[in-house]
Design a protein around this ligand. Structure first.
Ligand code: SF4
Length: 141
């Protein structure tokens, strides 16, 4: 009897929280989402790597051979840091993002994504990684 009441009570709680079905449960649990303050503010309702499948691992020559917005030369391919090692995330952190980073190579082929002198693959200006360093222009303000 007590088990039946306990089971009914559990079902009531699940219904009240909207997490009673497998479909809704998927929306209640965000796998891999980094919600720590230290990591910044990736889209709160998406995992920090949600944009990775939109970023090519290969950077077009026009960007691979370019310098960053502060004139930094891109490291050779074998010396670049992977996105995982750099804690790259899809979104800014504390207001900082690739577009304000000294290592960012602006988009040069019109696909709206750029590259980085330090990190592998394509990079979005709206994203961020742990190697972020302010543009010279920002350092002088
Ligand atoms: S924040 Fe990281 S990935 Fe973005 S441009 Fe700077 S070093 Fe590169």
């Amino acid at each position: 009897m007590a088990d039946e009441e306990s089971g009914e009570s559990r079902r009531r709680v699940l219904r009240a929280t909207g997490c009673g079905s497998a479909i809704v449960l998927a929306g209640c649990v965000s796998v891999g989402e980094d919600t720590s303050q230290e990591a910044g503010e990736p889209a709160r309702d998406r995992p920090a790597d949600w944009c990775f499948d939109r970023l090519d691992d290969t950077v077009p020559d026009v960007e691979a051979n370019a310098v960053s917005i502060d004139g930094v030369e891109r490291k050779p391919e074998g010396e670049l840091t992977s996105k995982e090692e750099a804690s790259y995330q899809c979104g800014p952190a504390d207001g900082n993002h690739c577009g304000t980073c000294t290592y960012y190579i602006d988009d040069r082929d019109g696909d709206a994504v750029g590259a980085c002198t330090e990190v592998t693959g394509e990079v979005r200006s709206a994203d961020w990684c742990a190697l972020w360093s302010p543009r010279e222009k920002l350092q002088n303000e």
